[in-house]
Design a binder for this molecule. Structure first.
Ligand SMILES: Cc1cc2nc3c(=O)[nH]c(=O)nc-3n(C[C@H](O)[C@H](O)[C@H](O)COP(=O)(O)OP(=O)(O)OC[C@H]3O[C@@H](n4cnc5c(N)ncnc54)[C@H](O)[C@@H]3O)c2cc1C
Length: 389
């Protein structure tokens, strides 16, 4: 594998989420440490798996979303608070929204993903998301309003019964007054379609216990201001019906967030194709990680676990190339799956553990909090054991 280092010696990491921040931190521990520039528009890193606990008040903002300033002080990482709009791979520049041109020797693209509306009418106008701190504040307000309103037949509709949808349904059920009906809509024929069977069973149980109304094999046709039109796919003749909603949450899938990669080719809204060394296929000196990238020969899920492991691997690959050595290919080590299932409850399958309920809640909370980048290495090692990072 050839490497042309440009005049700049810097590694420029674009995006400071799980993949990008892990890369930058790992590089900052390497010797000789390369110049590291991190481009990230937000002021806070958000530990997304703990957003549910922020919603419920079980954790506070500083625990779930520390500022980059606090995370990066004394690490020798230069933070550029900006968005990358273009990566010019011919001249090896990253160009930002505010017009900065930053030269790189090696670039790491880790810009993550955003909600995908799959072209369904009404999602942009009437659906809420759950991917950012602002979404949590808005949802908190909605919950408060709904709990205190005198409206009749109040209902909360969640579209998508993947991990985010089922976790939110359980948490919301514990936060909403009992007269508010929660509906969970899923196109597929089972809850948590990609989940482990133990966790699927625990999810089913948790939803039944909370009286959540589950609609499987049901397609969203259109979302309107106060109702959602649906098509039930079960019957020989599909059945159309509508559900009223006081609030509708869309958790039906994601698509990558990507700056332009010049000269433009191969993108088309898909995850960036990468090889086993995390290089974007066809582009020299550009790696891509996390939700933004996919190796079609060995695909990984869009998870924080994958993103963090790729971040560690990327640092090793970059250092090997800089030292003229052969890098090891990235291999994902599956450390299992942890789900939040309501206030004070969770379900875990992984690393020899199969546990649900309050104990699982405590283990999940410790495992995630100890993975928070701001924590000491000693504390983090406990979480690493659980997360395999
Ligand atoms: C509510 C929720 C719960 C989740 N729970 C779990 C879980 O329990 N376990 C699990 O493994 N995974 C979980 N995930 C998925 C996991 O969070 C993602 O897979 C992970 O964040 C992907 O990491 P990433 O670094 O690719 O992207 P992100 O962590 O999203 O980071 C991308 C970063 O890039 C920045 N960025 C975007 N565009 C630009 C640009 N143009 N220039 C510069 N910066 C840019 C963004 O501001 C962001 O900080 C959850 C996700 C959500 C939304």
């Amino acid at each position: 594998m050839a490497l042309n280092l440009s005049k700049s010696r810097a590694v420029v990491v674009v995006g400071g989420g799980f993949a990008g921040l892990t890369t930058a931190f790992s590089l900052s521990h390497c010797q000789p440490r390369p110049p590291i520039i991190l481009i990230e528009p937000r002021s806070r890193f958000v530990f997304l798996p703990l957003l549910y606990e922020l919603l419920s008040g079980e954790l506070r903002t500083w625990e779930v979303a520390p500022t980059y300033q606090s995370l990066l002080s004394d690490r020798g990482i230069v933070l550029v608070e900006d968005s990358a709009s273009k990566i010019d791979t011919n001249s090896q520049y990253v160009i930002t929204d505010s017009g900065l041109t930053i030269e790189y020797a090696q670039a790491v693209l880790a810009t993550g993903s955003q909600s995908n509306d799959f072209g369904v009418v009404g999602v942009q106008e009437y659906a809420h998301r759950f991917q950012a701190l602002e979404d949590v504040w808005l949802l908190k307000k909605k919950i408060q309003l709904l709990n205190t309103s005198n409206e009749k037949n109040k209902s909360f509709v969640i579209v998508g019964a993947g991990a985010t949808g089922v976790e939110l349904a359980c948490k919301l059920s514990d936060l909403l007054e009992s007269d508010i009906q929660i509906h969970l809509i899923e196109l597929g024929d089972r809850l948590l379609p990609k989940g482990r069977s133990f966790n699927q069973e625990q999810v089913e149980l948790a939803l039944v216990q909370r009286g959540v109304s589950v609609h499987l094999r049901t397609r969203v046709v259109e979302i309107k201001k106060d109702c959602v039109e649906l098509e039930k796919l079960d019957d020989e003749a599909p059945d159309n019906f509508a559900l009223a909603h006081s609030v509708l949450l869309w958790t039906a899938g994601t698509k990558p967030v990507l700056p332009d990669l010049l000269p433009e080719k191969l993108l088309g809204g898909n995850r960036l194709p990468i090889d086993e060394h995390l290089h974007v296929r066809g582009f020299q000196n550009v790696l891509a990680l996390g939700d933004a990238a996919c190796n079609v020969d060995n695909p990984c899920a869009s998870t924080a676990q994958v993103a963090m492991q790729q971040g560690h691997a990327a640092a090793k690959i970059l250092m090997a190339l800089r030292l003229g050595e052969n890098p090891q290919p990235f291999e994902f080590r599956d450390a299992g799956e942890m789900l939040s299932l309501g206030v004070g409850a969770a379900s875990i399958t992984g690393l020899g553990l199969t546990v649900a309920g309050p104990l699982a809640f405590q283990i999940r909370r410790i495992a995630y909090l100890t993975r928070m980048p701001a924590l000491s290495l000693g504390l983090r090692s406990a979480g690493a054991w659980l997360l395999g990072t």
